[in-house]
Ligand binder design. Sequence first.
Ligand SMILES: [Zn+2]
Length: 94
Amino acid sequence: MVGIIGTVVNIVGGNMKTKTKSDKQRILDLLRKNENGWVCSMTIMRELFIKDYAQRISDLRADNHNIDGEKCTIHDHKPYMYRLNVEYNHDSLF
Ligand SMILES: [Zn+2]
């Protein structure tokens, strides 16, 4: 029995390692495509199949990405929508 459980754990661990992009990176890519525009969390779930998007958004914020979050006004429902604000480098304007 111990051997079977060990094998299952190895299979699950192996699948996680074969992911090419992290969920965090995929959400960032989607927000960048809609830069300065709102992306509903339902879109994140439907397009990327990421259920723990809220945790990934807070991971991205921890990496200094400027992401706004508000209750969705695109649809009439409770989930949040998110917006990536362009990080302008003001020095480059002059
Ligand atoms: Zn929505």
